[in-house]
Design a protein around this ligand. Structure first.
Ligand SMILES: [Mg+2]
Length: 144
């Protein structure tokens, strides 16, 4: 799938124009999704130097996006800084402004890989106290 991912408030805590701390398991989840052949697009309001800093922040942690604020690397989506951003042709958007907010990254991973809605994900937690209390990544780490 093509997955568009927001930066501020999604990959890192919202400290725009500064870069907040990484939200737990954001980068490892995105790298795992790439390893499973999902195509990731960074989709952010950041431009210029602030955008470069976000891209570099991810690159330093081993996360390279297929494209940044565009559908593919060569696409020119903005003619000038004031031109509105075009909508991406993504299958999914991961954004802290989702209805209901951003689930933890373990939930994001499970929903993407199983193609579950958030409602379906939550149904899977019912009656399973261990799953309800710990995220996918924490359970994975503790099982090793
Ligand atoms: Mg955001």
């Amino acid at each position: 799938m093509i997955i568009a991912v927001d930066f501020d408030g999604t990959i890192v805590e919202h400290r725009y124009p500064h870069i907040g701390k990484e939200i737990p398991f954001a980068i490892v989840t995105l790298k795992q999704l790439q390893a499973e052949h999902h195509q990731l697009i960074l989709w952010t309001v950041r431009e210029g130097k602030l955008l470069d800093e976000a891209v570099e922040f991810c690159r330093e942690r081993g996360l390279e996006f297929y494209a940044v604020n565009s559908n593919y690397p060569e696409e020119q989506t903005k003619e000038t800084p004031s031109t509105p951003c075009r909508k991406l042709k993504a299958d999914l958007f991961i954004d802290d402004r989702n209805v209901g907010g951003l689930p933890d990254w373990g939930a994001v991973y499970e929903m993407v890989t199983h193609r579950w809605s958030y409602e379906r994900y939550l149904q899977g937690l019912q009656g399973n106290e261990e799953k309800r209390k710990t995220s996918f990544w924490k359970r994975l780490i503790s099982s090793k």
